[in-house]
Design a protein around this ligand. Sequence first.
Ligand code: ATR
Length: 289
Amino acid sequence: MESRISAMTSLYAFIASPAHHSKSPLMHNCAFKELGVNSVYLAFDIESDKLKDTIKGFKAMGVKGANISMPHKQNIIPYLDQISTASRLCNAVNTIILKDNKYYGTITDGIGFIKSLEEKNWSINSNKITMVGAGGASTAIMVQMALDGAKEIVVYNRTIREEFIEIINNTSKETGCLITLKPLSDTSSLRQDMQDSYLFINTTGVGMEPMLNQSVVPDSSYFHPDLKVADIIYQPAVTKMLQMALDAGCEIMNGELMLLYQGAESFKIWTDLEMPINKVKKVLGIEVK
Ligand code: ATR
C-alpha cells in the first residue's frame, strides 16, 4: 500500500556516529510503505556531545521512536525515563519508544538473535551453549538467552574483564542460568565445551575485515556434526569459522537474520505490527525461502 508524507506523518530515527552505513532506514521505510503506516525513518549522525540535546529535542518534537547504535548504546541511558530488564542487565539500549511523553528504552539485539534461531528451528532451552566474545553483541545475546530460559552458557573471551564478570553474575542471579567465563587461550576447555554443546556462537569481529581469514576456533576438529554453529558476522556470508563448521558437517547460520529480526522487534514495539519479513528480506538482499 502507498503511504505519503503529510502533516500527520510520524518520525522514527536512527542515531549513531557514523550513521550513514545503516541498513535500518531501508528496512523500516520498506515496512512502513508495505503496511501503509504513515511514518518515516531517518538516520542522524549524532556526536556524543550532542546526544543529550538530541533526546531532549526528539521529545519536544514528539519523535515516536528511535534505534540507537554505536557509540551511544550505553550513554543514552541517563537521558531516558525508564529501561527494560534486558537493558538494565546489558547496560545498553538500542530501541526507544515515546509513550505519554516519556522515553522507554530496551534492547532488541538479543531477541533478534533468538528469533533468527527460531527461523532455523534451533532451540536455546535444551543443552549447553558455548559462545565467544564479551562485547556489546555478546552481552545482548547472552542476557536474552538467559532471560528466555537457557540453562547453561559458557563464554570465552580473549580478555577477562571485571565489568563483564559483574554482568554475568547479575544475569545468573536474576535468571538462574549457569554462566561461566573462560579465557579463549584455554583451547582444551574450549574443545571440551564445544564437544558438550548444542549451540556455538561467535560474537566477535574475527572473520570479517580486517580479520577476514581468521577464526576464533583453531580448526575444524573442534566441531561435531550435531553442533549448531552461528556467527553474527554477515559479511562475508560464510566466515572462515563457518566454513570449518560446514567441513565438519554442522548446520550453520550467519548474522543477516539477527540484523533483520532485531529491526523487526523494534518495529513491533513501535507499531504493534509484524514487520513484513519477506518484503524486507528482498530489500536487504536476504534469500527468501
Ligand atoms: P560488539 O559491539 O560488536 O560486540 P565490541 O564490544 O567491540 O563489539 O566487542 C568485540 C569482541 O570481539 C570482544 O569480545 C573482543 O575481545 P576482547 O574483549 O578481548 O577485546 C573480541 N575480539 C576482537 N578482536 C579479537 C581477536 N583478534 N581475537 C579474539 N577476540 C577478539
